[in-house]
Design a protein around this ligand. Structure first.
Ligand code: NAI
Length: 305
């Protein structure tokens, strides 16, 4: 059966341009009623305008879909609440939340002001927190929710001049992992995408060869799956761009056991550091307890030998 969102209400933050525009158009084309949120400012997040959200709402309604604009900033708590309230006021519920809004202020860590560091954390991390928090109780009550976080390769692996952006983007993964556990028994899934697409924010990093291949619609396809009712998977990070899709994982290696009686010296650890860092038998963990429990099992196994 073709995936659709009939009867569902979606909120797309930063939905007025780039990836968010593409997500909004797609969800609406498959039956969702969509709140298109966008502050309408610069890449850095300065200024504001209603035109970005309005133009995507017009595209949706011109095509026969249903949408409402919202112009609040995700960066403040009241803004997050107002965005979700728009969904409740206009369409009576909230089923899907795509945390997509983002800004970028690049500088070396040495030169970056704390204001610029916080401004990026406020939009990417706290923006997702504000909107998800405002939607969460409704999703718990209705025992249904689909939340998608937008992380980034730069967040997961780091990038020069991107310390603020990377810190915010990997924090979203920690947020996701905890919400996965809290939403699991109440019909709520939380997943993340690490997109690659040619947009206003990324265009300077693209070249003439790869840029045209990186159409936002290729990223939207995975958002469409993660936002759908029949997809029950939760806690996945999916890298997506230009037709390529892969899972990114946080994994733990098999490790080295030094015994529990006497702590190893730093020299002992230096001698085995390559083995400690060996990921050839690495595995993911369901949660922090599963990681700790596995370490303890290894310790107890070692004690018995
Ligand atoms: P974009 O600049 O085209 O779109 C971002 C949208 O978010 C803009 O319309 C902007 O007005 C809006 N926005 C910014 N601050 C806001 C705020 N405080 N409240 C509400 N809306 C706000 O950029 P793009 O590429 O579409 O980015 C979408 C998301 O994807 C961002 O979270 C970005 O970090 C992430 N991303 C994009 C990549 C790419 O290759 N384009 C790579 C990795 C992550």
């Amino acid at each position: 059966m073709t995936i659709n969102y009939e009867g569902r209400v979606a909120v797309v933050t930063g939905g007025g341009a780039g990836l968010g525009r593409s997500h909004s158009l797609f969800l609406a084309s498959r039956g969702a009623k969509v709140v298109v949120n966008d502050l309408g400012g610069s890449v850095e997040g300065k200024g504001s305008s209603s035109s970005a959200a309005d133009s995507v709402v017009k595209e949706i309604t011109d095509a026969g879909g249903v949408a409402a604009p919202n112009y609040n900033s995700v960066a403040d708590e009241a803004g997050g609440a107002a965005i979700i309230q728009t969904a409740l006021d206009e369409f009576g519920r909230v089923d899907i939340l795509i945390n997509n809004a983002g800004n970028n202020i690049e500088d070396s860590f040495r030169k970056m002001s704390m204001d610029d560091f916080r401004a990026v954390l406020d939009v990417h991390l706290m923006g997702a927190v504000h909107c998800t928090k405002a939607a969460w109780q409704h999703m718990l009550d209705q025992e249904y929710g689909r939340v998608v976080m937008t992380t980034s390769a730069a967040g997961l692996y780091g990038g020069h001049g991107l310390s603020n952006y990377a810190a915010a983007k990997i924090a979203l993964v920690g947020l996701m992992n905890s919400l996965v556990l809290e939403g699991r028994k109440r019909g709520i899934t939380v997943n993340s995408i690490a997109p690659m697409a040619m947009t206003r924010m990324s265009k300077d990093a693209m070249d003439d060869k790869t840029g045209p291949l990186l159409k936002p619609e290729f990223v939207t396809s995975i958002v469409g799956l993660l936002a759908s009712e029949n997809h029950k998977g939760s806690g996945d990070i999916i890298s997506a761009g230009a037709g390529y899709y892969s899972k990114i994982g946080i994994v733990e290696g098999a490790g080295v056991y030094f015994g529990a009686e006497t702590p190893p010296t730093p020299d002992d650890l230096a001698n085995r550091f390559d083995d400690i860092c060996d990921l050839s038998e690495a595995r993911p963990h369901r949660d922090a307890f599963s990681s700790v429990a596995e370490s303890m099992r290894n310790v107890l196994r070692g004690l018995k030998q």
